[in-house]
Design a protein around this ligand. Structure first.
Ligand SMILES: *[C@@H]1O[C@H](CO)[C@@H](O)[C@H](O)[C@H]1NC(C)=O
Ligand SMILES: *[C@@H]1O[C@H](CO)[C@@H](O)[C@H](O)[C@H]1NC(C)=O
Length: 138
């Protein structure tokens, strides 16, 4: 197998492990001090995996460009177990997390950040990814 084929294969494997942010929706308005639902989806993959955890953070981008969640998760709203389950079809397995937007949070553009850790395949190798969703805090 040549380098690019193996790279593509690796990317495919990595992609199949990705979680996604179902909620909030892009550009959704979140009120300071209110409870919001962050829905983390975990499409079923062919390679078996064991979920470790997720962390959910919120960072402000009101006065500067949004930072990559790989480097900056912001204020942590949740950090704990992740147990995605099938609910309504065709939505992939997910878990809803109800978190509170800090009442002192800066109004304006913001980003919900999700860090997701899982163990993959027979070798149970660790995989970590960071996702973001742009929102507006009002
Ligand atoms: C947010 O996620 C999108 C989609 O994965 C990505 O293209 C973008 O670079 C991310 N934004 C930041 C600030 O990391
Ligand atoms: C998850 O949250 C969404 C939005 O509030 C809701 O429509 C859905 O029914 C919730 N799912 C479960 C299983 O509670």
């Amino acid at each position: 197998m040549n380098f690019f084929a193996s790279l593509a294969l690796f990317a495919g494997v990595a992609l199949a492990q990705n979680a996604g942010i179902g909620l909030p929706t892009a550009g959704q308005q979140l009120s300071k001090g209110s409870d919001i639902v962050v829905q983390v989806q975990r499409p079923n993959s062919l390679t078996g995996s064991t979920e470790m955890a997720v962390a959910i953070g919120i960072s402000s981008c009101a006065t500067q460009a949004c930072a990559s969640p790989d480097e900056f998760m912001g204020t942590i709203l949740y950090n704990g177990p992740f147990k995605p389950e099938y609910h309504e079809s065709p939505t992939p397995p997910y878990q809803n997390f109800t978190v509170t937007v800090p009442s002192s949070f800066t109004a304006g553009n913001a980003q919900i950040n999700v860090a997701h850790a899982t163990l993959i395949g027979a070798s149970q190798y660790p995989f970590l990814e960071a996702l973001n969703r742009t929102v507006v805090v009002v």
